[in-house]
Ligand binder design. Structure first.
Ligand code: FAD
Length: 487
C-alpha cells in the first residue's frame, strides 16, 4: 500500500503549485490525478492571463490571493523557465454608459490595493492600440496584467516538485476517503488505497465530489463554459495589450489578447452548464464572441482562426473561492471556487495551503536541499544560430525539424518523452512543446510525432493516444497505410 505525509488530489495548476511548495519541507508529498498527464482540466484551457486582482470582489480571499500572486510571477517564471510576457491590459470605454462606469472600476482596483491602475484618454488608447474602436472615449490602463504559457507553468511546477522529491500518480482516480475518529487516514483510488496523514482537495471542477467523500455537501460546482478562438500569428489585425471589455454584472466579458507565442486569443464566453464533460464549441458561442469583440476591435479577422477550444470554470454554488478546514474532519483541506483567476492564484494558494497545513500541526522542517530551479527543454527556435549549431553538434536530433509551423525539433520531442514527468501522448507533447499548435494544427507533424512516441516508448503506433485511455490516434491499416483516427 502507498503511504504519504500529504496526499494532493488534482494535478492542475493549483495541486502542482501546492506540491512544489510542500517540497520546501521535509515531507513525503504525493499528487494523484485521474488524468494521464499533469495539467489539470481548467488549467489547460483558460485565457493565460496573470491577473492583478484589480477587479476581484474586494475583501475576499480571492482578492487577497490574486493581488499577492501577481508580483511573484517574474521570479517564479525565471526559476521555472516558463514563458511570461509583460504586456499590460487596457479597458476601453466605447459608449457613454461605459465611460460612466470607469470611476467605479478604478475605485474597485483601489479597494483591492492595485494602485497602479490609471485613466487614459481615447487618444492615448488609440496610440497604444491602433486597431481599437475609434469611437473609444477613454479607459483604464492596468499595467501588471500579463500573459504566461499556462501549460508549461503546470508542467514546470510538477517537474520542480518531482525534482525535490514529490511523487505523481497519474491516471488514478480518487473514489473515496477513509475518515476514522474524525480524521482523514487514507484515500481509496483506482490504484488501491493510499494511506495519508493529510489530504488536500485540489480537484477543481470535481472538488464537490471529493468534499462529499468526507461528508461535506454544503456546496456544489457547475461548469461555466468559456469558448475561445485562436488566431494565426500572421493575422492582419493584432493587439499588443490585453484588451478587456468593461465588465457587466453577469460577466467579465470577451477580450482579445496576444499569447506568449504570438497568436491572438479571442473570447471567452460564460455559459452555465450542468454537464462537466461538455467541452464542445458551438456556433452560437463563437458567434457571440465575434459580435462582442467587434465592439472593441471592429476589424478583428476571425477567418484567421486556426482553432477554437473551450474550458470549464469550476463555478461554486454558493459563489466564492474558499479554503476550508473542518473540526469534525481533521487533517483535511478543501479548496473550492477556484474559478476564473486560479491560474494566477496558484502560486499564492500553494503558500496559503502549506500554511493552513502547518497550523493544523503538519511538521514544517525546512528542506535544506530544496532547489527552486527547473530547467526546461531547450526551445530550439528561440536560440541564436551559434546556439543552434552547438546543440545540433551535441545531439543531431535537434537538427531535424518535425513541426514546421512552430519549428519544433525531434530532439525536443525525444527530451519531452524522457523527462521526469514524461510526455506520453500527442497532447502531452503539444502542450509542452507546441508541436501541432501552429497553423496546420498537426496536419504535417502529427504522424511524425506518433512515430517518435511509439519508437521512444517501445510500443506500436496503434497504441499511441491523443490524451486519455481509448483516444487512439490510429484506427488501423488500409492497404498498408495507417488511417488517422483522431485528427
Ligand atoms: C475559460 C477560462 C478562462 C480562464 N482564464 C484565466 C486567466 O486568464 N487567468 C487565471 O488566472 N485563471 C483563469 N482561469 C481559471 C483557471 O484556469 C483555473 O482557476 C485554474 O486552472 C484551476 O486550477 P485547478 O488546479 O484548481 O483545477 P484543474 O486544472 O481543473 O485541475 C483539477 C484536477 O483535479 C483532477 N481530479 C478531479 N477529480 C479527481 C479525482 N476524483 N481523482 C483524481 N483527480 C481528480 C482533474 O483531473 C484535474 O486534473 C480561466 C478558466 C477558464 C475555464
Amino acid at each position: 500500500m502507498l503511504q504519504t505525509d500529504v496526499l494532493i488530489i488534482g494535478a492542475g495548476a493549483v495541486g502542482c503549485a501546492i506540491a512544489r511548495e510542500l517540497t520546501k519541507y521535509q515531507l513525503q508529498v504525493l499528487v494523484v490525478d485521474k488524468n494521464e498527464d499533469v495539467g489539470g482540466d481548467a488549467s489547460k484551457s483558460n485565457s493565460a492571463i496573470i491577473h492583478t486582482g484589480y477587479d476581484a470582489p474586494p475583501g475576499t480571499l480571492e482578492s487577497q490571493l490574486v493581488v499577492a500572486a501577481n508580483p511573484m510571477y517574474e521570479k517564479l517564471t525565471q526559476e521555472l523557465d516558463v514563458p511570461y510576457k509583460k504586456v499590460g491590459a487596457i479597458l476601453p470605454a466605447i459608449t457613454d454608459e461605459q465611460f460612466e462606469m470607469l470611476p467605479a472600476l478604478k475605485e474597485k482596483a483601489f479597494k483591492n490595493r492595485v494602485y497602479d491602475v490609471e485613466y487614459l484618454t481615447g487618444e492615448q488608447l488609440l496610440a497604444m492600440e491602433p486597431n481599437l474602436n475609434p469611437e473609444v472615449k477613454a479607459g483604464l490602463y492596468i499595467p501588471r496584467e500579463n500573459i504566461i504559457d499556462p501549460f508549461l507553468l503546470v508542467v514546470a511546477y510538477a517537474e520542480n516538485a518531482h525534482q525535490n522529491g514529490a511523487r505523481f500518480l497519474l491516471g488514478t482516480k480518487v473514489t473515496g476517503i477513509r475518515v476514522e475518529d474524525g480524521k482523514v487516514v487514507a484515500a481509496q483510488t483506482t490504484a488501491g488505497e493510499i494511506k495519508a496523514t493529510y489530504i488536500v482537495n485540489a480537484a477543481g471542477l470535481y472538488c464537490d465530489e471529493i468534499a462529499a467523500m468526507v461528508g461535506k455537501n454544503d456546496y456544489y460546482v457547475n461548469p461555466r463554459k468559456g469558448q475561445f478562438y485562436i488566431l494565426d500569428k500572421n493575422t492582419s489585425v493584432k493587439v499588443n495589450h490585453i484588451v478587456l471589455p468593461i465588465p457587466t454584472k453577469v460577466t467579465k466579458g470577451k477580450l482579445m489578447c496576444p499569447t506568449v507565442h504570438g497568436n491572438m486569443l479571442v473570447g471567452p464566453t460564460a455559459e452555465d452548464l450542468e454537464d462537466k464533460q461538455d467541452y464542445s464549441t458551438t456556433a452560437e458561442g463563437l458567434a457571440s464572441i465575434e459580435a462582442d469583440v467587434r465592439k472593441l476591435i471592429p476589424k478583428v479577422n476571425l477567418k484567421d482562426s486556426i482553432t477554437q477550444y473551450c474550458g470549464l470554470r469550476p463555478n461554486r454554488n454558493p459563489e466564492g473561492l474558499r479554503v476550508d478546514t473542518y473540526d469534525d474532519v481533521k487533517n483535511y483541506v478543501n479548496l473550492s471556487g477556484v474559478r476564473s483567476t486560479g491560474l494566477t492564484a496558484s502560486v499564492s494558494l500553494g503558500k496559503y495551503v502549506a500554511q493552513t497545513l502547518i497550523e493544523m500541526g503538519m511538521p514544517a522542517k525546512f528542506n535544506p536541499n530544496f532547489n527552486p530551479i527547473r530547467k526546461g527543454i531547450p526551445r530550439f527556435h528561440e536560440l541564436s544560430y551559434e546556439e543552434k549549431d552547438a546543440l545540433i553538434k551535441q545531439n543531431p536530433l535537434y537538427g531535424k525539424v518535425i513541426c514546421r509551423c512552430e519549428t519544433i525539433t525531434e530532439g525536443e520531442i525525444v527530451d519531452a518523452i524522457h523527462r521526469p514527468i514524461p510526455a506520453r501522448s500527442v497532447d502531452a507533447i503539444k502542450r509542452r512543446l507546441r508541436a501541432g499548435m501552429g497553423r496546420c494544427q498537426g496536419g504535417f507533424c502529427g504522424p511524425r510525432v506518433i512515430e517518435i512516441l511509439a519508437r521512444e516508448l517501445g510500443v506500436s503506433t496503434q497504441e499511441i493516444l491523443k490524451n486519455q485511455p481509448g483516444s487512439y490516434m490510429i484506427a488501423g491499416q488500409v492497404r498498408g497505410e495507417r488511417v488517422m483516427a483522431n485528427v
